[in-house]
Design a protein around this ligand. Structure first.
Ligand SMILES: Nc1ncnc2c1ncn2[C@@H]1O[C@H](COP(=O)(O)OP(=O)(O)O)[C@@H](O)[C@H]1O
Ligand SMILES: [Mg+2]
Length: 261
């Protein structure tokens, strides 16, 4: 099953003016493909992810699945930057929420929930509450909650950007290992080029105002080998190439933020 984003544009009405956040986006995510979207702040990354999740509707164009099994709506698992965990629910109860929302009685699925708790490395923390966890652990709960519904596509919007650098590196490595187990078609939004190059099969660069696909770069190093010393040079080369493509836009974004105070 392939996810297709075809000719998608999205405009917002802001103070009586029309703001085109995304223009004519064409992109596909194949089965078992990990696609990263990279671009400077405000280029429309989150908008694209929310459109894909069906949380927003496009102003024009369409997003659909090719070769989906008939009679079944494909499901999305979503992980946001802030996990949005319920503070009054335990780790177990937070993960169970994904199933409750999907209408499954959670008691029937204890094994399933425990499986995902183990998969994200939270065994022993089932009864802990979010405030008792580190940022990295909270994000693991967010990932388990997205996976427990057995989604067809995983959508992640800067899931590690609020974490400190070391935790972030650990979480990236864990995500690679986890992804190799699930091999879910994934759309991963980040402004961090290094992260995109470590994780993705293809990196899609978005330009800004309006957000357009300016380039798509295939990362041709096997994912599980990207941390190896022998690939450091090639990884750096990808990062440098991507930065060359987007640095002008990133500088413009920075100035704009400063002007807006
Ligand atoms: N609900 C909204 N209403 C009006 N403008 C929006 C809305 N959501 C996003 N935008 C605008 O669309 C552009 C892209 O935003 P966003 O997708 O959040 O960018 P990114 O995630 O890349 O930082 C920005 O200029 C933002 O201000
Ligand atoms: Mg965003």
């Amino acid at each position: 099953m392939k996810l297709i984003i075809e000719g998608v544009s999205k405009s917002f009405g802001v103070r009586g003016k029309e703001l085109t956040a995304l223009e004519d986006i064409n992109l596909s995510i194949a089965e078992e493909e990990f696609v990263a979207i990279v671009g400077p702040s405000g280029c429309g990354k989150s908008t694209l992810l929310n459109l894909t999740a069906g949380l927003l509707s496009p102003s024009c164009g369409s997003i659909y699945f090719k070769d989906a099994s008939p009679g079944r709506m494909p499901a999305f698992g979503i992980v946001f930057q802030e996990t949005g965990l319920f503070p009054w629910r335990s780790v177990y109860e937070n993960i169970a929420f994904g199933l409750e929302a999907a209408g499954t009685p959670k008691a029937a699925l204890k094994d399933e929930i425990m499986h995902y708790i183990e998969l994200v490395g939270l065994s022993g923390f089932e009864q802990s509450f979010p405030h008792q966890l580190s940022g990295g652990m909270r994000q693991r709960v967010g990932i388990a909650r997205a996976l427990v519904i057995s989604p067809d596509v995983l959508l992640m919007d800067e899931p590690f950007s609020a974490l400190d650098a070391q935790t972030r590196t650990i979480m990236q490595e864990e995500l690679v290992a986890l992804w190799e187990k699930t091999r879910l078609s994934t759309l991963y939004v980040t402004h961090n080029i290094q992260e995109a190059v470590l994780l993705a099969d293809r990196v899609v660069l978005l330009s800004r105002r309006p957000g357009r696909v300016s380039n798509i770069i295939e990362i041709k190093i096997p994912r599980l080998e990207r941390e190896r010393a022998e690939h450091t040079g090639a990884i750096d080369e990808y990062v440098r190439t991507i930065w060359e493509h987007i640095s002008k836009d990133a500088r413009a974004a920075l100035l704009e933020v400063e002007e807006n105070g």
